[in-house]
Design a protein around this ligand. Structure first.
Ligand SMILES: NC(=O)c1ccc[n+]([C@@H]2O[C@H](COP(=O)([O-])OP(=O)(O)OC[C@H]3O[C@@H](n4cnc5c(N)ncnc54)[C@H](O)[C@@H]3O)[C@@H](O)[C@H]2O)c1
Length: 261
């Protein structure tokens, strides 16, 4: 295979997704960075802005950007086509786009909240798998394709006021396990990376949900004693994207500073 390794990353405009794009691009990857870049009427905190996505293309020659919602499977196919057309193929797909909703007990959470969480956080990952896996498999053998989904410590623990989000993130871990089985013997691996409290806008929104002035309070259960930085989680995601991660498939990398230890 000639040319750079190539990735598609969703939720790429800010937070862990943006840190992943930067980490990959700095280490020679070509990336198609996808983000909705618009507020969502069903989400009570602001999402990324177009300028944040544009910035990535300004910083790196080998980054292309696409404004798209992960609920739009056709748009994700277009992102993968862009990767194959501009960069010659696809080696990794990273599903980082998600929203966090909650605040009430499970019996108080509305159908609208459940639907948004399941559509964005679960079906968004499934849509990326449908668009990206066939492209990962189009690489000739021996291939080293990687599908990486951001789950959460909420995929492994119950969290107060976040029952529907926990259910969605448990589904992401299950999706990855099933996908890894379907990819048996192909050279393409699937893993989930489950961050703990990481200093992003989503963590700020989570602190607001609990009426906490400081996000650091949310990291008290972590052995790190502080929230993780997005770059620290991106380092794990980037490793999972690399050929070095062959031994890890169908499992979860707990990038949570010991939250679930
Ligand atoms: N920050 C944390 O503490 C934490 C902890 C555990 C898991 N996670 C997970 O890590 C991932 C990244 O989270 P983050 O903290 O960087 O969040 P963030 O809110 O800072 O970034 C998420 C990005 O996804 C985009 N996005 C949201 N809905 C979208 C949609 N429908 N289509 C396309 N793009 C959309 C947003 O515009 C934003 O740029 C998520 O899957 C999240 O659930 C985060």
């Amino acid at each position: 295979m000639s040319g750079p390794r190539v990735a598609v990353v969703t939720g790429a405009a800010r937070g862990i997704g943006a840190a992943t794009v930067r980490r990959l691009a700095r280490t020679g990857w070509a990336v198609v960075a996808v983000d909705r870049c618009a507020d969502d009427p069903d989400v009570p905190y602001p999402l990324a802005e177009p300028a944040q996505l544009d910035m990535l293309a300004k910083e790196f020659e080998l980054v292309r950007t696409l404004q798209a919602d992960v609920r739009d499977e056709v748009a994700l196919h277009a992102a993968v086509e862009r990767a194959e057309r501009d960069f010659g193929g696809l080696d990794a797909a990273v599903a980082a786009a998600a929203v966090m909703l909650g605040g009430g007990a499970v019996w108080e959470q509305t159908d609208a909240q459940w639907r948004t969480l399941l559509d964005v956080d679960v079906m968004g990952v499934a849509h990326l798998a449908r668009a990206a896996v066939p492209a990962l498999l189009r690489r000739p053998q021996p291939r080293t394709g990687r599908f990486v989904a951001l789950a959460s410590a909420a995929a492994h623990r119950g969290l107060w006021g976040l029952g529907a989000y926990c259910a969605a993130k448990h589904a992401v871990a299950g999706l990855v396990r099933g996908l890894a089985c379907d990819l048996r013997d192909t050279g393409v691996n699937a893993v989930a990376v489950s961050p703990g409290s990481t200093r992003t806008d989503m963590l700020r929104a989570t602190a607001d949900l609990y009426d906490l002035p400081e996000v650091d309070k949310l990291a008290e259960q972590q052995l790190t004693g502080r929230p993780l930085e997005p770059e620290e989680v991106a380092a794990v995601v980037a490793w999972a994207c690399s050929a070095d991660s062959f031994a890890v498939t169908g499992s979860v990398l707990h990038a949570d500073g010991g939250f679930t230890a």
